[in-house]
Design a protein around this ligand. Structure first.
Ligand code: NAI
Ligand code: MG
Length: 501
């Protein structure tokens, strides 16, 4: 693989990473990935399909039963720690590539995405030596214990909104627990994962432990999810595709974990610190161009603070610096693709049609030069939204927030839970009893109190309801990547006796 180059140079090229080798797709096909800030081609990438997935699954199975099974837990942890160090040493150029591939501001890739990638590999490196079975106090002259073993070959399908971080969330617990992996990055953002392939090799993982097959969802992704040779499929993406994956996996009873969409309520009570709540609402919806599954996209405002809050919020939204994502002072880059941009524009029309008003944004910004070809959109606020409207019920996945009113705590909880999703929620109040009452009443996998978008590799993340099942990060992630075996041993030395002697 070529070493770091600035994103503006001639397009890079990547092959598939299968069994420790860089290979062309069986079909010989390639696809290109653009820089969403300018539309210029960033890279040409081999296009994996069913035949390549087949090869990768065989390589993963061979490694699982061969070399990888002989690597001690300590050495697994050391390889993962080495990988974390190799990534850390390249944060600058990996962040620039991630920004060029996805469009998110360089400030975010440098200070959030990449450091969290490192943190996840480090955290799970530590777990490798701490995955233990138990002894069970069964009656009689018997010894019963459990072994916690890897699930096996894991198919992992990830989205484009945090390309490298999603790869880390998936790979780190799988590797710590001794599994092997076939990873399919999103077609919009394959570059980071391919760079990771080189570092995985450098860190000393045996060939075939991690295989990376970029390609489209309907072809490579579908082939992976329905593959009879995998033991588990882990997916992050749309709820729609999550359902397809669960269906495909059901044919082989492959284990499934899903991290899907969200429509999080972010709630401001009258007693909140308004400045803190405004900054939290900004972080909740404008971070990563709003392309965040746990985005605070339904902003519930207490009637008594609504006007003051909205004045400040509109003013702050209007000041968000949208533009060149490589500029260190940029706060919002382009959406990842024209498809996503059009989707957001479509929701602006839907909002107007439903009777909502546009309080800020609602269209692309005026930019100059090459950035006119980028997929930019302005921070957008919809007022007069009812929780039953489509813009309040459907995941928009853009910098678009709906303002909703509520009448007391009971009404609030009802509205907050009236949605098919349950990934996360935020609440802003100084009343600690109310805050914790809310944390219990809300049906969501994460609750933030007087903060938003906080993550740590040690803290579990995942969904209630149609936001999915399984938990990533923290020790709970290991449950998804291990299975328990119960072993019975007779200590009496006598025949069983049931049928007499
Ligand atoms: P998507 O769910 O289609 O794509 C996510 C991943 O799944 C990609 O790697 C894709 O190649 C793969 N995939 C697509 N179809 C597949 C299939 N039939 N079988 C196996 N794998 C398949 O998401 P998309 O189309 O990029 O975005 C649409 C919407 O999904 C967004 O607007 C957003 O609402 C939601 N989304 C949610 C994410 C999350 O973090 N929960 C991430 C990305 C998208
Ligand atoms: Mg799709």
């Amino acid at each position: 693989m070529s070493s770091a180059k600035s994103a503006s140079e001639t397009p890079r090229s990547y092959k598939l990473f299968i069994d420790g080798k860089w290979v062309d797709a069986e079909s010989g096909k390639t696809f290109t990935t653009p820089n969403p800030a300018t539309g210029a081609t960033l890279a040409e990438v081999a296009e994996g399909d069913k035949a390549d997935i087949d090869k990768a699954v065989v390589a993963a199975r061979t490694a699982l039963e061969g070399k990888w099974s002989k690597v001690s837990a300590r050495d697994r942890g050391r390889m993962m720690y080495k990988l974390a160090q190799l990534i850390e040493a390249r944060i600058g150029d990996l962040a620039a590539l991630e920004t060029a591939d996805n469009g998110k501001p360089i400030k975010e890739t440098t200070y959030v995405d990449l450091p969290q990638v490192v943190e996840n590999f480090e955290y799970f490196a530590g777990w490798a030596t701490k995955i233990e079975g138990e002894t069970i106090p069964v009656p009689g002259q018997m010894f019963n214990y459990t072994l916690r073993e890897p699930v096996g070959v894991c198919g992992q399908i990830i989205p484009w909104n945090f390309p490298l971080l999603m790869a880390a969330w998936k790979l780190a617990p799988a590797l710590a627990a001794g599994n092997t992996v076939v990873l399919k990055p999103a077609e919009q953002t394959p570059v980071g994962a391919m760079e990771l392939g080189s570092l995985i090799q450098e860190a000393g993982f045996p060939d075939g432990v991690v295989n990376i097959v970029p390609g489209y969802g309907e072809t490579a992704g579908a082939a992976l999810a329905s593959h009879p040779g995998i033991d588990k499929v882990a997916f992050t993406g749309s709820t729609e595709v999550g359902k397809l994956i669960a269906r495909a996996a059901s044919d082989n009873l492959t284990k499934v974990s899903l991290e899907l969409g969200g429509k999080a309520p972010n709630i401001v009570f009258a007693d909140a610190d308004i400045e803190q709540a405004v900054s939290g609402a900004m972080m909740g919806i404008f971070f990563n161009q709003g392309q965040v599954c746990c985005a605070g996209s339904r902003l519930f405002l207490d009637a008594s603070v609504k006007d003051e809050f909205l004045d400040r919020f509109k003013e702050r939204a209007g000041r968000v610096k949208v533009g060149d994502p490589m500029d260190a002072s940029t706060q919002m880059g382009p959406q990842v693709s024209e498809e996503q941009l059009n989707r957001i524009k479509g929701y602006v029309d839907i909002a107007r049609g439903e009777g909502a008003s546009v309080l800020a944004g609602g269209c692309p910004p005026q930019l100059e030069g090459d950035f006119q070809k980028g997929f930019f959109f302005q921070p957008t606020i919809f007022g007069e939204v009812k929780n039953s409207m489509r813009v309040a019920q459907e995941e928009i996945f853009g910098p678009v927030v709906s303002i909703i009113s509520f009448d007391g705590e009971e009404d609030l909880i009802k509205q907050a839970n009236e949605v098919v999703y349950g990934l996360s929620a935020g609440i802003w109040t100084k009343d600690i009893t109310r805050a914790h009452r809310f944390a219990r009443a809300i049906k969501a996998g994460t609750v933030w109190i007087n903060t938003y978008n906080m993550f740590n590799a040690a803290s579990p993340f995942g969904g209630y309801k149609q936001s999915g099942y399984g938990r990533e990060m923290g020790k709970h992630a290991l449950e998804m990547y291990t299975q328990v075996k119960s072993v019975w041993v007779d200590l009496s030395g006598k025949p069983i006796g049931w049928y007499g002697n």
